[in-house]
Design a protein around this ligand. Structure first.
Ligand code: FDA
Length: 404
């Protein structure tokens, strides 16, 4: 008999196990994968962007997506980025800030995994890994009116009054992602919000992408937007052209808001009034239009844009005003409709998941199923790129561990 059994030894599961164990609970942590915390290992280019200093706990909707982003406010305000930084400092793990508040380990994500394992050891956590969970049943425990969960695994049958699901989302199935948490939610008749890939490159069908495919590898800062006027979302980040579509931080961020069938608007020259720049250049320059553009954009991109406008393949002083205006508009309001995404094999996260309306925001416990908790990415809370998803994993794990 364990006080708590946690399924999933990723970011949320490891942290929850450590915290619960250190509170004196007898904890078992089960994972079906051979290696612990694979996503931490590959995150942030191997250095794990473990939190973000810019997180505004009073306004979670700024950095989190879901049907009710306010749900994460309680957990995030009780375990903040500063709390995780303090833990890193306690373990002597050097870290640095990169872009927009993003914090990374100086040396390696492995240091963070080692820290979480050391914290688990401090709490006397038992690990069963790799270990498949075959089935989960529940029955009244009899003594205190609570529930008892019986977990049938390939290493035998175990039971607990507190079952924590930390099995994560669907992205990168080859390193252990599964739909376990969603299936379990269905078993207990809990509502699920539709799952789709998030923080994912966007693709375009072959024919519509053909003119841009030659730009693969090119990156530039842009402003990217989606949604109707009322619910418009925009990001200022780098865009990357790929063979099949668009990627880079700008596209990963917007992908979590993009609805299939709707367009993206991209300003390839944020902060520049290109109509003005071109009309002034026309007065005193004899350079080719493409060369004038190349002063503001990567030359390959400038060439590709002008190549599709024969009326502009000439010196700028010979170009028509209307054609120059059209060019400026196409650069500043490039509208393009993706046909799909690169899917879970490339997505960093899964949007949707266990509906927050059945969970307590204080404890992550299921309101209709006492003793059953969901933490981390399996819940319908998805952070922006930049360390927000790990902060949600730590904070939801902490809230759960304090409540058991
Ligand atoms: P996580 O996926 O970490 O753990 C789930 C665990 O459950 C896994 O160990 C899995 O094996 C186990 N499991 C699944 N099914 C099971 C089953 N049936 N039985 C038993 N165990 C099972 N975020 C961020 O904030 N900063 C970053 O730098 C990055 N970078 C990044 C890069 C890449 C390539 C990806 C794919 C993702 C990121 N992320 C990120 C997102 C981040 O990794 C993710 O949001 C967290 O790992 C979620 O933590 P969880 O503990 O909820 O799931």
């Amino acid at each position: 008999m364990f006080d708590a059994i946690i399924i999933g030894a990723g970011a949320a599961g490891l942290f929850c196990a450590a915290q619960a164990g250190q509170r004196g609970l007898k904890v078992l942590l089960i994972d079906h994968a051979a290696k612990v915390a694979e996503k931490i290992r590959i995150s942030g280019g191997g250095r794990c962007n473990f939190t973000n200093r810019d997180l505004d706990v009073r306004a979670p909707h700024k950095h989190f997506v879901g049907q009710n982003p306010q749900f994460c406010r309680s957990a995030l305000s009780r375990f903040t980025p500063a709390d995780f930084i303090a833990l890193m400092d306690k373990h002597g793990i050097a870290h640095h800030e990169k872009h927009k508040g993003q914090l990374f380990a100086d040396r390696s994500a492995e240091d963070i995994i080692a820290m979480l394992l050391a914290e688990c050891a401090d709490g006397g956590v038992q690990h069963w890994q790799p270990c498949q969970v075959k089935s989960i049943d529940v029955s009244p425990s009899g003594s205190d009116g609570g529930e008892s969960y019986q977990i049938e695994t390939e290493r035998g049958r175990v039971q607990t009054p507190n079952l924590v699901i930390a099995s994560g989302g669907l992205s990168i199935p080859k390193i252990g992602a599964s739909d376990f948490g969603y299936r379990l939610a269905q078993q207990f008749r809990l509502p699920l919000v539709e799952r789709t890939p998030g923080l994912v490159p966007l693709t375009f069908d072959g024919a519509s992408w053909q003119p841009y495919a030659e730009l693969a590898g090119l990156a530039l800062p842009v402003e990217i937007s989606t949604g109707s006027k009322k619910e418009r979302v925009s990001f200022h980040e780098d865009l990357l052209f790929t063979h099949r579509g668009l990627s880079g931080p700008a596209v990963l961020q917007i992908s979590s808001y993009w609805k299939p069938g709707t367009p993206l608007q991209i300003n390839l020259l944020p902060g520049v009034d290109m109509a003005q720049v071109l009309s002034e250049a026309k007065l005193h320059s004899r350079k080719l239009v493409a060369n004038e553009l190349a002063a503001h954009l990567p030359a390959r991109l400038a060439d590709a844009w002008v190549a599709r406008m024969p009326e502009l393949q000439r010196p700028i002083n010979e170009a028509g005003d209307k054609a120059l205006l059209r060019l400026a508009e196409r650069l500043m309001r490039w509208e393009i409709t993706p046909t799909g995404t690169e899917g879970y094999k490339k997505a960093e996260v899964t949007l949707g998941g266990v509906d927050t309306k059945v969970l307590s925001q204080q404890s992550m416990e299921c309101k209709t199923q006492p003793g059953l908790f969901f933490i981390g990415e399996v819940v319908d809370i998805t952070g922006w790129l930049g360390g927000y998803n790990f902060q949600w994993a730590w904070a939801s794990a902490h809230a759960c561990a304090q409540a058991m």
